[in-house]
Write a protein that binds this ligand. Structure first.
Ligand code: S3P
Length: 454
């Protein structure tokens, strides 16, 4: 019998011999979302290469089309013909963001200062995630919000006739909230300012400048970044916007190569923006052999190739301050820690509870199901490793519609004594559609086991 299209797709990873060869991960998800959004808003054409063609980013593309942008593939590039700042059209149907928090939250910022209605819907994972963090500043700018249950999807926004520019201090370290306020500020008269006490990924600021926005960044005496954007200016298209490889996707073959004995892998063209490299820094502290080769600049960002060899890892303390620069990498760091000598202590993990799943709970449950010694608290995790992987594996991991939980535990299975199964691999397509083929090409042993349960 043919599997139903909507059925879960369990995948199993078995211990691999060694991983070797070179691989190129898809484009950075954060930059890809922003490239389509800012391209859609700019007057004129933007040509994008290296765009991540994952489901999350395609959902953002569909939303931008629904508001007037023309977006088309042209060979390996994407061409976006934007409407001009302030000229988005009212979407006729609800905007469906699927699993994508970044797409939904940033688009709320984009439309929250427009005098029209826009309805946001998403999948069951996105519909559980808190949106108040973005809606609160938008309300201060004059946006009306109609939601059925709390500040969650589905909801409808209606911006004011003239939005009020605000000065907003971020209550949590979130690049999505920062970005939503800055994007709303583009359609408000005067200057909108975001104060960011803890630095988060800075792609929105950099890209807004690239598209011609008047934006300044200053660091105050207390070390907080003050980002000010002048509203109602002109944005112009970018002739050659290059999206570098996603470090959050590179993290999976990177950790796999570190824990599978005998491995020697090169991951090419990875974004090395310092707001994104916390995992690499941590793994190097753990004793990982990661050489950054061919460092260069591409599209205004630093990129490089990561040459990774199997390494004897040791446990370390990962300070809470590092969390924003590796927030999406804790699940796979927990897997690396499972193969490190001693304890790896991770702190400041509160934000993991509101990602595509409650990632702290999902990681702890996955470690438990696979015999990895650990302890977890409200915002911390301690993993006690076993470099030989003895006694590890044999469990099935509940992925809760979370792509990074699925990929992380498949990496665990490549080095554990017994196979590891994830209950559903479909969500991997949201951020890394080539994951299975790329890992298999490097020597990974991953199988679709959908038929087994039928
Ligand atoms: C992102 C910011 C982070 C990150 C997410 C992408 C972005 O979320 O977890 O995957 O592109 O701005 P928060 O802003 O909620 O920390």
């Amino acid at each position: 019998m043919k599997p139903e299209p909507m059925a879960a797709k369990p995948i199993r990873a078995r211990r691999a011999e060694c991983l070797s060869g070179a691989a190129r991960v898809p484009g950075d998800k954060s930059i890809s979302h922003r490239a389509l959004m800012l391209g859609a808003l700019a007057a004129g054409r933007t040509r994008i290469t290296g765009l991540l063609e994952g489901e999350d980013v395609l959902a953002t593309g569909a939303a931008m089309r629904a508001m007037g942008a023309r977006i088309a593939r042209d060979g390996a590039a994407w061409l976006v013909d934007g409407v001009g700042n302030g000229c988005l059209l009212e979407p006729e149907a609800p905007l469906d963001f699927g699993n994508a928090g970044t797409g939904a939250r940033l688009t709320m910022g984009l439309v929250g200062a427009y005098d029209f209605g826009a309805t946001f819907v998403g999948d069951p994972s996105l519909s559980k995630r808190p949106m108040g963090r973005v809606l609160d500043p938008l309300r201060l700018m004059g946006c009306q919000v109609a939601a059925r249950s709390g500040d969650r999807l589905p909801l409808t926004l209606h911006g004011p006739r003239t939005a009020a520019p605000i000065v907003y201090r971020l209550p949590m370290a979130s690049a999505q909230v920062k970005s939503a306020v800055l994007l709303a500020g583009l359609n408000a008269p005067g200057v909108t300012t975001v104060i960011e006490p803890v630095a988060t990924r800075d792609h929105t600021e950099k890209m807004l400048i690239g598209f011609g926005a008047e934006l300044s960044v200053e660091t105050d005496a207390a070390g907080a970044r003050q980002i000010a954007v002048v509203g109602q200016g002109t944005l112009g298209g970018i002739a050659d916007l290059v999206v570098p490889g996603d470090p959050s996707s590179a993290a999976f073959p990177l950790v796999a190569a570190l824990i599978v004995p005998g491995s020697d892998v090169v991951i090419e063209n990875v974004l090395l923006n310092p707001t994104r490299t916390g995992l690499i820094e941590t793994l190097i502290e753990m004793g990982a052999s990661i050489a950054i080769e061919n460092r260069r600049s591409a599209g205004g960002e630093e990129v490089g190739d990561l040459h990774v060899r199997h390494s004897a890892l040791k446990g370390v303390n990962v300070p809470a301050e590092r969390a924003p620069s590796m927030i999406d990498e804790y699940p796979v760091l927990a897997v690396a820690a499972a193969f490190a000598e001693g304890e790896t202590r991770m702190q400041g993990l509160g934000e993991l509870r509101v990602k595509e799943s409650d990632r702290l709970a999902a990681v702890a449950a996955g470690l438990l199901a696979n015999g990895v010694t650990h302890q977890a608290g409200e915002d911390w995790l301690v993993v006690t490793g076993r470099p030989d992987g003895k006694g590890m594996g044999g469990g099935t991991v509940a992925t809760h519609l979370d792509h990074r939980i699925a990929m992380s535990f498949l990496v665990l299975g490549l080095a554990a004594e017994r196979p590891v199964t994830v209950d559903d691999g479909r969500m991997i397509a949201t951020s890394f559609p080539e994951f299975l083929s790329l890992m298999t090409a490097l020597g990974g042993t991953l199988d679709d086991v959908s038929e087994e349960g039928r």
